[in-house]
Design a binder for this molecule. Structure first.
Ligand SMILES: Cc1cc2nc3c(=O)[nH]c(=O)nc-3n(C[C@H](O)[C@H](O)[C@H](O)COP(=O)(O)OP(=O)(O)OC[C@H]3O[C@@H](n4cnc5c(N)ncnc54)[C@H](O)[C@@H]3O)c2cc1C
Length: 387
């Protein structure tokens, strides 16, 4: 895709966000209802097809454009941005590792928005330590029979097809993890009650239960034991996506804060003319600009190479962008004073929404662990000329 095509798509997305998403954002947060009509509208615009090769009904695969879209949607609604971009996180393992038949059966319908995919790795006792999952897939002839429990599945309540990670060898650690595609109507597969969360309300977060759920061997993604690699490759992009959403929300909050500070008068002049307020807004802007630059560098790297260095940059971008977003949205609440805490203004929602970004796709402690491991084994990850 050339720059002109990308610019055109982003202009469509901006209009869609302004006209359809922004007016609904507060209501989606208040009700917690999944906005099916907006999902369908995004499908019609072709936004889901960007992750999917043309031969399977998409217009991709394209890594960078969907990240730019997620950032723009998040300026108005973090929840809808997550609803959109989680489709990419869940589609990546299918594009990467499914058989041709599975791709043909599912990808065109995902591209059109007709069916919704979800990604399920985490379990009640296995979050940061994802290799310790205990959901087990036992091979019985031409089927695998899944037993276990999953937690925190984004879009789980509304999804039609699930990428599920399960052990096929309990003794082999992360090399015993395999990936499977599980349709929602599989007997023995049920879903629990959605979590009632602080933020990102409207994107359902759902526990999943597998009780002798049998799926055909053909629904395995990749070979036995390849699942952890599939999950980790997906997580590199998911981290850039998390950074995208964080930067988008923070950009929205900063704009609101600057506009408010230009209008609100105290001590006889707009508060933006008080030096203390200017310094606060300047710090917010500089932190966000720094996070954005790192995110762009990480996107460029990962678009060109799937290396440890690119993964480390994805981890750094996720860490820096989500911490910047937490600070910027919290400070935006401060800029608005009492109004910052009121649901009449969006900044309190933005502050609640970004907290999850410091937690999912690997907590920020886990990102530091990944960066630390790189330093230990490979040294400083910068390009030679600046390292
Ligand atoms: C809104 C939301 C959506 C999600 N969506 C999905 C999804 O779609 N699919 C999916 O599979 N999962 C999903 N998750 C799960 C998410 O990935 C996990 O919550 C995350 O990996 C952390 O796991 P945990 O919650 O079990 O925390 P824990 O792993 O129990 O961590 C608790 C605390 O201990 C810290 N900690 C853990 N290990 C270390 C260590 N070695 N060193 C230092 N500190 C450590 C953590 O940083 C954290 O602060 C979602 C979570 C949320 C909140």
């Amino acid at each position: 895709m050339d720059r002109d095509q990308q610019r055109q798509i982003l202009e469509f997305v901006d209009r869609f966000a302004r006209e359809k998403v922004a007016p609904r954002a507060a209501d989606i947060d208040r009700t917690g209802d999944f906005p099916r009509d907006l999902y369908a509208a995004a499908g019609k615009l072709g936004l889901f097809g960007l992750w999917i090769p043309e031969v399977f009904g998409g217009s991709g695969p394209n890594m960078v454009t969907p990240l730019l879209i997620a950032e723009r949607l998040a300026r108005d609604s973090a929840a809808f941005s997550l609803i959109y971009s989680n489709c990419g996180d869940a589609t990546a393992p299918i594009v990467q590792a499914a058989s041709e038949d599975l791709k043909r059966a599912y990808l065109p319908r995902i591209a059109s928005g007709e069916i919704i995919p979800a990604f399920s790795l985490s379990e009640p006792a296995a979050g940061s330590d994802a290799a310790s999952i205990t959901t087990f897939a036992e091979r019985r002839g031409d089927h695998y029979v899944l037993n276990g429990r999953k937690a925190w599945c984004t879009n789980g309540a509304v999804a039609d097809v699930f990428v599920v990670f399960a052990k096929t060898d309990r003794q082999a650690g992360h090399k015993g993890v395999s990936a499977f595609l599980v349709p929602r109507d599989t007997p023995g597969f049920t879903r629990g009650t959605d979590e009632d969360l602080l933020g990102l309300r409207g994107s359902p977060t759902t526990p999943l239960f597998f009780d002798d759920a049998a799926i055909p061997v053909d629904n395995r993604l990749g070979t036995e034991g390849e699942g952890f690699k599939v999950a980790m490759t997906t997580l590199d992009e998911a981290r850039l996506n998390c950074a995208a959403m964080a930067i988008g929300v923070a950009t929205g909050a900063l704009r609101l804060a600057v506009a408010y500070a230009g209008e609100r008068v105290q001590f006889g002049k707009p508060i933006i003319q008080h030096q203390g307020m200017q310094f606060l807004l300047a710090e917010m802007t500089a932190q966000l600009a720094a996070a954005r630059s790192l995110w762009e560098t990480a996107m460029d790297l990962l678009a060109n190479e799937h290396s440890r260095r690119a993964s480390t940059y994805a981890a750094m971008a996720k860490l820096v962008a989500t911490e910047a977003a937490m600070r910027v949205t919290t400070d935006a609440v401060q800029v608005l004073g009492g109004n910052g805490l009121s649901k009449a203004y969006p900044v309190e929602r933005m502050m609640r929404d970004v907290k999850a970004f410091e937690i999912f796709d690997g907590t920020n402690q886990i990102q530091k662990m990944l960066i630390g491991r790189y330093l230990e084994k490979q040294g400083v990850p910068f390009a030679v000329d600046i390292g």
